[in-house]
Design a protein around this ligand. Structure first.
Ligand code: NAD
Ligand code: DAU
Length: 401
């Protein structure tokens, strides 16, 4: 345990917690577990438990008999100013690590309003509560305080195949309602530092994968559908590129930025693992063929479906700043991280079964029933597709619902 990780504080401030928002979600819950394994400061976790928040992600804390003073869960909204004021006064956190958000691009396309409410208004209210708290601090308590905002590479827009990866200096060009809402929140954080002197840090990370990811996102959705014998929906031609990072490497990067990041700065985080979506899906199928063989190769379940509107073609992160300034490097490669992830989902069928509730089924119906099956252009057609030329509509008998 690294007692020295956060800046030192006075004796009267012996064990101040960090306030984590959205700590019951995918990355937030991995972060809470990672933090408590590695750091001394306790955690207060504020989460509204929307469809993607799941306290089961943190069940191991109870099983491990985590002392109650090490971990506190608060069920509530980052947009609830009265609650925030009370939490800051009661717990006097030494840092805020802000994950809470609406996070799924497809949901932002079908219903953007929740994204504006949580990601923009919620971040604004959290910033205001943190600013009011910061105004009450003095001396070492004040010097130690940090507000770390967790953001995304999607704020930078899309790259052509030969463009250099996104650097911290790349102009913002968000393309989806989700990306626009995250870009807006980044700008608020920047302004609260510049105008009010709030000691902020921003991280912009590429696509995460790993345990506890809600199966609306590509990797867990493909795993779930493959095991259920359903279609594996590939949007458009499947040649969109994402830069994948194992979630625990994102967590260690956030810890590094919290300790050593320069105030008011942005740090890009990525694992230098660019992969086309179709390759990701085929790699998952190959892992399942090895670890949970079925009668047919899983790749035969791949189906091309109508593309996401405004779909960004390529993301890639230039992570040289965090590497040079803070000495952070990812531990997992895409191959090791993906294998760990598949093994985790295979070993945690109960977790999957519990979250694929009625609300989940409704989302799958909303997102995929309107996506017409699509034929990729002949040069992009996968060999699996050639073996099975009839494209079955998703959302039907052999579909997703
Ligand atoms: P997630 O959807 O799995 O989790 C979001 C969490 O926030 C849930 O627990 C939810 O209950 C909570 N939440 C939502 N609205 C809230 C509110 N108003 N008040 C309190 N809690 C609320 O998302 P995730 O994938 O874990 O992403 C976490 C953060 O990381 C987001 O800010 C996202 O933009 C960012 N991010 C995600 C990725 C990725 O690949 N998933 C990559 C880079 C950055
Ligand atoms: O880049 C960081 C972002 O990564 C985060 O900010 C977001 O919160 C996170 O959701 C993720 O966004 P993406 O849109 O890249 O992730 P998603 O898993 O939804 O999709 C990954 C790629 O796979 C994307 O190009 C769309 C495609 N896709 C997705 C789904 C759900 C498919 O081809 N089929 C699918 O069914």
């Amino acid at each position: 345990m690294n007692e020295e990780l956060l800046p030192e504080t006075s004796g009267a401030f012996a064990a101040p917690p960090i306030l984590v928002t959205g700590g019951a979600g995918f990355i937030g819950s991995n972060f809470v577990l990672d933090w408590l394994e590695n750091e001394a400061a306790p955690v207060v976790n504020l989460d509204l438990l929307t469809y993607s928040g799941n306290l089961e992600n943190l069940a191991s804390l109870a099983q491990a008999s985590t002392p109650p003073e090490r971990y506190t869960f608060v069920h509530g909204d980052i947009a609830d100013t009265a609650l925030l004021t009370q939490l800051f006064a009661e717990h006097r956190p030494r840092a805020v690590v802000h994950f809470a958000a609406e996070s799924h691009v497809d949901r932002s396309i079908l219903g953007p309003e929740a994204f504006l409410r949580t990601n923009i208004d919620g971040t604004f209210r959290l910033l205001e509560a943190a600013r009011a708290h910061y105004a009450t601090l003095a001396g070492t308590e004040r010097d130690a305080f940090r507000f770390l905002h967790v953001s995304t590479d999607e704020v930078y827009g899309t790259l052509a195949p030969t463009d250099p990866p996104f650097a911290e200096t790349t102009p913002y060009a968000p393309n989806s309602p989700y990306a626009a809402s995250k870009a807006s929140s980044d700008f608020l954080v920047r302004a609260w530092h510049h105008t009010y002197g709030l000691p902020t840090l921003i991280t912009n990370c590429s696509n995460n994968y790993g345990p506890f990811q809600f199966p609306e996102k590509l990797i867990p959705l493909v795993l779930l559908n493959a095991l259920a014998g359903k279609s594996l929906p590939v949007y458009g031609d499947g040649q969109q590129v994402r830069d994948w990072l194992f979630v625990r490497d994102h967590c260690s990067a956030i810890r590094a930025v919290l300790v050593g990041g320069r105030l008011g700065q942005t740090y890009n985080i990525g694992g230098n693992n660019q992969r086309a979506n179709l390759d990701v899906v085929k790699t998952l199928c190959a892992l399942l063929d090895e670890l949970r063989p079925a009668a047919q190769p899983y790749a035969q379940q791949i189906r091309y479906v109508q593309d996401r509107p405004g779909h960004d073609r390529r993301y890639a992160i230039d992570a040289r700043k965090i590497q040079a300034e803070l000495g952070w490097y990812p531990v997992d490669t895409f191959e090791t991280g993906l294998r760990r992830t598949v093994e985790w989902y295979l070993a945690n069928g109960d977790w999957l079964a519990n979250i694929t509730s009625g609300a989940y089924k409704r989302w799958i119906e909303d997102n995929y029933s309107a996506r017409a099956p699509q034929s990729p252009s002949s040069d992009l057609r996968s060999s699996d597709q050639e073996e099975s030329p009839t494209f079955q509509p998703v959302g039907t008998a052999k579909g997703l619902a």
